[in-house]
Design a protein around this ligand. Structure first.
Ligand code: PHE
Ligand code: FE
Length: 284
């Protein structure tokens, strides 16, 4: 995906989406039908994969790179069931094929049960560098490697549970920003320097460099309140990124009950995506 194609908040299927929703059950899970992919679709995958492989070693964090290598997914669109076997042995997560974006609550329930929904279809040739909906390349290449990290895997499950709760509290737009600024566009400080663990960055040919090395965007230390107040752009590279020092920090900072936090946020104004506050803690 390019700058942001999905948010937990706009996950609901919209008219005109690809993917056949006829006959999906309550959980929107479908068969992947791997045997139905054509040679052209596998070839497109290989080219997408090869292009990103030239970029991610410089920009991705170690946890991501190690799992990506182990996945060895460069030969063609992966079989979700074989990856699920390896993944469930590592972190008890598995993949479920879905027709595309699914309703928020359904998405959260999958995460809460350590199931990651992966869109089964692949983009078209003319969308090689830009696609507005998540496809199998974004969902798989961007998200699946991080599910092998034990702490990140637990964070994703906690997020799913938090989503179910936030939906009941009318707090989805705040919680969606947390997903956006971590799972999709998160940066991490490592001994090798700034790296990314965000799927939206790592599956995008253009945003990797912008996010990690360009002097243009603002990079702030992870700050839960600041994130929840910050709007984001879904149609351009991000103007602000948030940087963690490790996945345990992310897990610990989001562990407490958010109910009082949501109450605290209620009277506060949202911040624009490029806001600069005096109290911002910039990462140099
Ligand atoms: N602690 C959050 C809550 O009470 C749940 C959560 C955990 C949300 C991790 C997001 C990420 O709502
Ligand atoms: Fe995504």
């Amino acid at each position: 995906m390019e700058a942001g194609l999905e948010t937990a908040v706009s996950n609901a299927p919209k008219p005109g989406l690809r993917g056949d929703y006829a006959g999906v059950g309550r959980d929107y899970a479908i068969e992947q039908h791997w045997e139905r992919y054509g040679a052209d679709e596998h070839a497109l995958w290989r080219r997408l994969h090869a292009r990103q492989m030239r970029l991610v070693p410089r920009y991705a964090c170690d946890a991501y790179l190690r799992s990506l290598d182990a996945l060895d997914a460069g030969h063609g669109i992966p079989r979700f069931d074989s990856v699920s076997r390896v993944l469930s042995a590592a972190t008890r997560w598995r993949l479920v094929a879905v027709p595309g974006l699914i309703p928020d609550l359904v998405f959260f329930e999958h995460l809460a049960n350590r199931r990651f929904p992966v869109t089964f279809w692949i983009r078209e040739e003319h969308e090689f560098s830009y696609i507005v909906e998540p496809d199998v390349f974004h969902d798989f290449f961007g998200h699946v490697p991080m599910l092998f990290d034990p702490v990140f895997a637990d964070y994703m499950q906690a997020y799913g549970r938090g989503g179910v709760k936030a939906e009941g509290l009318g707090a989805l737009s705040w919680l969606a920003r947390l997903y956006w600024y971590t799972v999709e566009f998160g940066l991490i400080r490592t001994p090798q320097g700034l790296r990314s663990y965000g799927a939206g960055i790592l599956s995008s040919p253009g945003e990797v460099d912008h996010a990690v090395t360009s002097p243009k965007p603002r990079r702030l230390l992870f700050d839960l309140r600041r994130i929840m107040r910050s709007r984001y752009r879904i149609d351009a590279y991000q103007e602000t990124y948030f940087v963690i020092d490790g996945f345990q920090q992310l897990f610990d900072a989001t562990e407490p009950d958010f109910t009082p936090l949501y109450r605290e946020l209620l009277p506060l104004a949202d911040l624009p995506a490029d806001a600069a506050l005096v109290e911002d803690r910039l990462v140099s």
